[in-house]
Design a protein around this ligand. Sequence first.
Ligand SMILES: CC(C)(COP(=O)(O)OP(=O)(O)OC[C@H]1O[C@@H](n2cnc3c(N)ncnc32)[C@H](O)[C@@H]1OP(=O)(O)O)[C@@H](O)C(=O)NCCC(=O)NCCS
Length: 169
Amino acid sequence: MLKLRALSRADVPLLDSRERPERAGEFNDFGPSSDPGGLEGVLTTGLVPGSEMGYLVVEVDGEVAGSVSWHTVSYGPNYQSRCPNIGIALLPSWRGLGYGSPAQRMLADYLFATSSAQRVEASTDVANVAEQRSLERAGFTREGVTRCAQWRAGAWHDVVTYARLRADA
Ligand SMILES: CC(C)(COP(=O)(O)OP(=O)(O)OC[C@H]1O[C@@H](n2cnc3c(N)ncnc32)[C@H](O)[C@@H]1OP(=O)(O)O)[C@@H](O)C(=O)NCCC(=O)NCCS
């Protein structure tokens, strides 16, 4: 059974990717400035529904399989025009087993249940076919390519944006 839960201190040695970049995957290499506090920061700040950013552990049959996270993006200067943009990093041994899709579906359900967001979105590298398939199976719709949107691993990358709307099934 797959579930999402809060991070605990015992998870940190399994999930910390600062010294083990393969845990985050080649499409999640945003450099040290993206995460100055690391998982210690997640533990100490606490993450509550409606917060600007969040992080939850993906657990499968009692084992840590990876993590999901979100940050807020904005399409205008008012509060209503904000929405969460989600991400996922399954640990290498948990990839290719079909868990990415239910984990991201569950995170979107959680964010709709705990906020007033009308859309939950996800952006992934144009080359990340596994994530694109995973998002489609999780009920997300492909919206288009945003060029030179991400600075990652020393270069600019085009991303595909997907979204699930509150009104979607
Ligand atoms: C991307 C990720 C979430 C996908 O979840 P997953 O559970 O491993 O994926 P699945 O096993 O459900 O596979 C998804 C689909 O992609 C396909 N796929 C997997 N790897 C692929 C590849 N290299 N090329 C093409 N298709 C691929 C699978 O065949 C499957 O297709 P299907 O839906 O037609 O059956 C997971 O692999 C992961 O965390 N990777 C590392 C971090 C990452 O890239 N995160 C996203 C950054 S935005």
